[in-house]
Each structure stands twice: as C-alpha cells, then as structure tokens.
Ligand binder design. Structure first.
Ligand code: BES
Ligand code: ZN
Ligand code: ZN
Length: 514
C-alpha cells in the first residue's frame, strides 16, 4: 500500500519522481489549478499555454506529462484533468472532492513503478486531503497475487518499475493539523479495507469458498476487536436457515453465515449491514449460459463490502454499533442442488417456491435479513449484486437504492453521492408483488420479468422485521468493472458500496441519520 505523508515542502526542492498538478477546464481553455503555483511560476506563468499546446483541455480523465522546469529536483510534471473550473465569481466554490479523488487516482495509477510522487493538487481543507489520499490509495491498487510466483513477481516488478507507487506526499497538507491528520487516517482505513474487499472479489472462486471467506473474516475480526460468529452448514440446518442451505446445497463447498459485531461502549444507535456472498453464481440447475458466468466470482461483492465497512468502522472507532451479516454460499448445479419447483422453508418461517435457481441472492439474503431483524437494529442496509435488470436500468457505474422508507432512501442516496459513489433511487411498486404469488408456497422467488430489480427488492422486503427501517443497494452494475480502468477504479472488483456504508455509519454515529 502506498505510504501517505502530509508535506509543507515547496515543489521545486522536492526529491520525487514526479509532481502531480491539477488542470481545470476554463472558459478560455485550460487553467492551472491552485497548488501548482510554484510549477507555473517556473514556467514564467505560461504553464496553462504550455499545457494547451500539448493538447490538454482540463477535462476529467485527461493526463499530460511534461518535463519539470529547470531547477526542480523532480524530473517530471504530471498534469491531471479536474473537469470544469469552479466559478471564479463564487468565493465558496471549490474543487469537488470526487474530481480530486479521480484525478489523484488516475495519476497514482499512471505512476505505477515510481517510488515517490508529490501531489500538488488544490487543497482547501481536510476534505480535499481525504479525497486526494483516498484517490491515491485506491488508484494505486493492483491485484497480482496469481501472476506467476507472487514473491518472485513482486521482486521482478520492483526491479522493472512495475510496483505500485510507494510513497505519495500530499502538498498543502498540514502535518501538525488534527483535522488534516485525521483525514489521512480515515483515508487509510477506508481505502485499505476497500482494497481488501477488491482482493476478495478478484480472488478466483476455487480459492474463495464460503468457509475460506468466513475464515478471513474471523481473522480480521480478531485483529480489530470485532466479535465474530460463524454458522456452518450443520448450525444453519439446526437453526432452520432454509434459504442459505437451499442455495448452498449444490456445492461441495458448504455455506456459512457470518455475523460480525462491532460495538462502541458509548453508542446508542445500531446499524445492521447485510451482504450477498455468493462466492460463485453458476445459476445452479437454471444454469447460466456461457457469456454470463465468466465474471460471476463477483457475486460476493455485497458481502465483501459489508465486511470491509464493518472493519473500517472498527478501525475508525465510530461511536455506533454495527453488525455485519455475510450470507455466504456457492450456487452450483449437482444432484444435491435445489431444483426449480422445490419449496424452501426460510429462517423467517415463510415458504418460498424456487422457480429459478439463478435468483439465489434473494434467498440467502432473506435468511440474513431475518436474522439481522431479530436484533431490532435502528436500520438495516443490504448490499447485493442482485439483478441483471438493475444493470440494464442504471448501467455499469450506478447502483440502485430501494427502501421501505422514503426519507431513509434519500439519506442513503445522499450519503452515496457525498462519498463519490453514483447511486439512484428506485421504487418498490406494490403491483409487482402479485407476480411473486405461488400456487404452493407463501411466495415464489421470481415475478414479472419487467422491473426485475424492483421485484427482487419487493421479495427482500418480505423478510425485514416489522417496523425496521431498511434499504437495499443493488450493486450488480458497479461491483465489477469489465471495461478499462478509470479514475481510481481498476478493472475487476471495485469495492462498490464500501464508502457509502462507512459514511452511513459515520452519519449514524454523529446522530445525523434517523
Ligand atoms: N448474480 C446475478 C445477478 C447479476 C447479473 C450480477 C449480472 C452481476 C452481473 C443474480 O443472481 C441473477 O442471476 N439474477 C437473475 C434473476 C432472475 C433469474 C429472476 C437475473 O438478474 O437474471
Ligand atoms: Zn443468480
Ligand atoms: Zn447471483
């Protein structure tokens, strides 16, 4: 992981491989963002013109390399686009945290192989420091554990300059300022745990079985003073967790339900996070066709996000109790697999007719939601790569937010936008409930095809305890990036929803949520 330092040093004398500056899109062409004054001065105040000559416009996602001016110890200047310049007339307008996060991420990713970079981006307070820090740590991420001999590969990489950026100095940071230092500590906790969620998502499903995931959660919980309880298949059978058992029944790798309890002695609020943890979704007997199963190791992204968020909350010592539930199972076809037509008796006591074994996420979540409800938390938020329909509706970068409470749905949506996670509110139309009526059971695990993401949300709602505020995040789109990397988002597992969950825990601790 890249080391972050706050630095008051002036850019010219800095010994680094590169100096990162910001360039924004102004009305008359690119403008050099605050923080880069020393660099601009060394270019005789003509840096904006130089950048324009090199083709830079200041657009987001743009990166321009240029030689550092004479007298600089660092050899290279890296100018990253920040998007539209804030309104010069408006004194309060600053650079958006997400623009800084993405620019820093792009720079850190491009600087793979460098030892040290100085980030001279616009800093107007601890918020900007946190955003730049997060961007650097998330952008520098790479997943190489399975490339040849990992140790040998790491050594070769270091030699050939392919190792992640080792050190980032954040200029404009105040090393003795409590708020600035706090922003770095927060960025580290959130980004390290988020990167760990990415590692879990990227791990191949032959190595990340439910039992192994549970073991990883147990070890992390121990390290961070979190109480952990793991129900294995025998305990699940004894407890009557028909949903998790039904889904996991087709796999030789047996299912688990993991409960992580982080408690703060002064907390008076309790949040429960529930994550879908299908370590591989083949579809089961309703087998997915080729073309639809290659990325299905990502189907545990919700559980990875919940796990990361609980650990981050513990590391930050947030004054709130947070319980994380990881519903872990592998959805495989076999002689012991659940069949279309089977009826499962769920943990809540309701019966569900399984019409499509590929709609398995809602079955494992149903049991975990009911288990979470037994503790009557102040609110439950579940996270799941639940439906292809949500991906069709919102694309690959935005998650859908559904809830049984309009104000809570808005609060979750706002928290997501605040931390730079694109999200959008989705309805739970009552008329779609009818489609899930079953001839033989209390309900079926499928309904109308149209609005499939909302149908899944309505199914989950049936398993939330009466009177409990609940929101459901369908992250099927943004959980796994099949395209090229952008900003601080790598290819593969993204860690979607981790930052939203952490923010919700922070807001609850501050008494600003519900
Ligand atoms: N894990 C999938 C949803 C998914 C699709 C996640 C694409 C990420 C990318 C889920 O279990 C599933 O297969 N859902 C079905 C439900 C249907 C059978 C009612 C779907 O969306 O097609
Ligand atoms: Zn499925
Ligand atoms: Zn699934």
């Amino acid at each position: 992981m890249t080391a972050l330092t706050l630095s008051t040093a002036a850019a010219p004398g800095l010994r680094a491989d590169a100096i990162v500056i910001g360039v924004a899109k102004g009305a008359q062409g690119p403008v050099v963002a605050p923080g880069a004054e020393a660099v601009d001065k060394a270019y005789d105040g003509k840096l904006a013109g130089v950048l324009e000559t090199l083709g830079a416009s200041g657009a987001e996602g743009e990166l321009t390399k240029l030689p550092a001016p004479a007298g600089f110890k660092a050899p290279l200047v890296v100018a990253v686009g920040l998007g539209p310049a804030p309104d010069a007339e408006d004194e309060d307008a600053g650079y958006d945290a997400e623009a800084l996060r993405r620019a820093a991420g792009l720079a850190a990713r491009t600087l793979t192989g460098s030892r040290k970079a100085a980030f001279a981006l616009p800093v107007d307070g601890p918020g900007a420091i946190g955003a730049i820090g997060e961007g650097v740590l998330l952008g520098a991420y790479s997943f190489d554990a399975y490339k040849g001999n990992a140790q040998e590969a790491a050594n070769t990489k270091a030699k050939n300059g392919k190792a992640p950026l080792a050190e980032a100095a954040l200029l404009g940071g105040k090393p003795r300022d409590v708020a600035h230092k706090g922003a770095v500590v927060r960025a580290l906790a959130v980004a390290e745990e988020l990167n760990r969620a990415r590692d879990l998502i990227n791990m191949p499903p032959n190595d990340l079985t439910p039992a192994i995931f549970a073991g990883i959660a147990q070890a992390a919980a121990k390290e961070h003073g979190i109480k952990v309880q793991v129900l294995d298949d025998k305990a699940l059978a004894k407890g009557g967790y028909g949903g998790i058992l039904g889904v996991g029944g087709g796999s030789a790798a047996t299912p688990r339900l993991v409960k992580l309890s982080y408690k703060h002695p002064k907390a008076d609020k309790h949040l429960a996070f529930v994550g879908k943890g299908i370590t591989y979704d083949s579809g089961g007997i309703s087998l997915k066709p080729a073309g639809h199963n290659e990325t299905m190791k990502c189907d545990m992204s919700g559980a990875a996000a919940v796990f990361a968020a609980v650990v981050a909350a513990a590391r930050l010592g947030l004054e709130v109790n947070v319980t994380g539930w990881l519903a872990l199972a592998e959805n495989m076809p076999s002689g012991s697999a659940v069949r279309p037509g089977d009826v499962l008796r769920m943990y809540s006591g309701k019966t569900v007719e399984v019409l499509n074994t590929d709609a398995e996420g809602r079955l494992v979540l149903a049991d975990a939601l009911w288990a979470a409800s037994q503790e009557t938390p102040d609110a439950i938020v579940d996270v799941a790569t639940l439906t292809g329909a949500m991906m069709l509706a919102l694309g690959s970068r935005t998650f859908g937010v559904m809830a049984n409470d309009d104000a809570f749905r808005s609060a979750v949506h706002e928290a997501a936008e605040e931390v730079g996670e694109p999200a959008w509110p989705m309805p739970l139309p009552e008329h779609l409930r009818k489609g899930m009526e079953s001839q033989v059971a209390d309900l079926a695990n499928m309904g109308e095809r149209m609005g499939g993401g909302l149908v899944a949300g309505l199914f989950l709602r049936e398993f939330v305890g009466d009177g409990i505020t609940w929101a459901h995040l369908d992250i099927a789109g943004p959980a796994f990036n099949e395209g090229g990397p952008f900003g601080y988002t790598p290819k593969g597992g993204t860690g979607s929803a981790v930052r939203t969950l952490v923010r919700l825990a922070e807001l609850t601790a501050a008494g600003d949520l519900g």
